[in-house]
Design a protein around this ligand. Sequence first.
Ligand SMILES: CC(=O)N[C@H]1[C@@H](OP(=O)(O)O)O[C@H](CO)[C@@H](O)[C@@H]1O
Ligand SMILES: [Mg+2]
Length: 536
Amino acid sequence: MVDGQLVAELVEKYCTTRGYRYSYGTAGFRDDASRLDTVMFATGIIACLRSIALDGRPVGVMITASHNPASDNGVKIVEPDGSMLVQSWESTATDLANLLSSGSAEAIRQKIGQLASSGSGVRPRLVVGRDSRVSGPRLLQCLLGSASSLFQAQIRDYGLLTTPQLHYPTSRSLSMDRSVEEEDYFVDFSSAWNEITRLHDVEGLPCAGLVVDCANGVGGLKIHSFIPRCRVLSGTTTVINDNCSDAESLNRGCGADFVKTNQRLPTGIKETDGDSRLYCSFDGDADRVVFYYLNEDSKFQLLDGDRISALLAYFIAQLLEQSGLRSVLSMGVVQTAYANGSSTKYLQNQLNVPVTCAKTGVKHLHHEAVSNYDVGIYFEANGHGTVIFSDRFHDTVGSQTQDSLATKTLRLLPQLINQTVGDAISDMLAVLAVLSILKWSPSRWGKEFTDLPNLLNKVIVPDRSKFIATDQERRLTSPAGLQEKIDEAVSRFRSARSFVRASGTEDAVRVYAEAATQEEANELSAVVSRLVLESC
Ligand SMILES: CC(=O)N[C@H]1[C@@H](OP(=O)(O)O)O[C@H](CO)[C@@H](O)[C@@H]1O
Ligand SMILES: [Mg+2]
């Protein structure tokens, strides 16, 4: 029985944002931090109910707004196996947040009573972490306001963590006979790195050094604890933009999103630095990474998520071939519509690897990868992704009698590459290991294919919910007639493709255009953006 008086008091205290509409979107709830207290209170309830529905297994809650500005924040719920909250619960989360926002005390009391009664007897368990945003501690209190006071949940607060670090204890808590510590994460991934590089006698990187841009986010804090444990890297790595105590500098002029969107170097690196180092940028919560280098003319060259997919597919296909398993185990790549057309062609035509297109948001890519392949490689173009190895992969590779270098390497890869979620640190290690083993310089990696020139534009419209997409978000069904006009525009450009979809994380419509030349891509983007505005 839920105490109506207590509910009323808690709602009064914690749900101060009223009359605002929330939506559990591509990456959970995300908004200006000042508007999130109600959502955090709702999330405490939903996370507890999810844990109760799963017999008290630990559910993760990560407080972050990733690459968004420092004044934003957000929250996402993680399943006990480390994957994202099951989609069927997203609408429950949205409905509850909006009910709390409505402020109607009796309806709230009834709803919470109804939801809470379903789990009588089971004590929920939560695993909580947050990025470096200043609003994090305050929002955590709103979460605890419902999780502790209403559900007496057992809560392990890990404090500052990267998003993938939060997924780690969430998914390991049950399989360990002791509590999972942050140290376990560091030990696991650094050991895998040390083992695979020793196996291949790697004594140096195939470039003059590594520079890691941490977006002034929580990754900056963690990388300093991590790199000293890694052979080869400890002497060759420079960390920049690692000041996560300067709240305002988070993602400002730096980080994976800035580098990918603006196609330029972050603050702290100058083109005149021109050298043969490899650079990479994490985003604010260190779950995505993009790489880049300066070519012989000191010009910026991006190696994004499509390139990471291509590199890993090339390498793993080679290992499967060498182990005689290429026809035994299935391997495929999952991309979104934002993948550069050249990368799709390269994978299909050069590497003979099947490619599937999924809707934007890693939860969709993850699902496709797990459902379709023994080795499912997925990356969004912006650098968010990982490689998932199936049980069949583990059984088959584990039972190989001949213990070749390729087979040993295949066994180590699932330890090096985070198996629950995209992870900037783990993905960085995977890329560095592959480049080192292949002895590929950054420019050699970049030569595998040439990107089609492209442009990603944002258009602000009065109501983005009018833009309804189908076919993995490559075509619009609404507003009526707009898709036909886009098709007509695309047909006027060479090697062109363009699509429009409403963003799930920002109040905007995104327009993607690619074509044979940058001028044509820019022009196509302008034409389609105009069509979008005209349709409103
Ligand atoms: C084009 C693009 O980069 N979209 C991003 C962005 O989603 P939107 O729904 O497009 O706003 O944020 C998501 C969450 O971080 C990320 O998964 C996705 O790739
Ligand atoms: Mg992120």
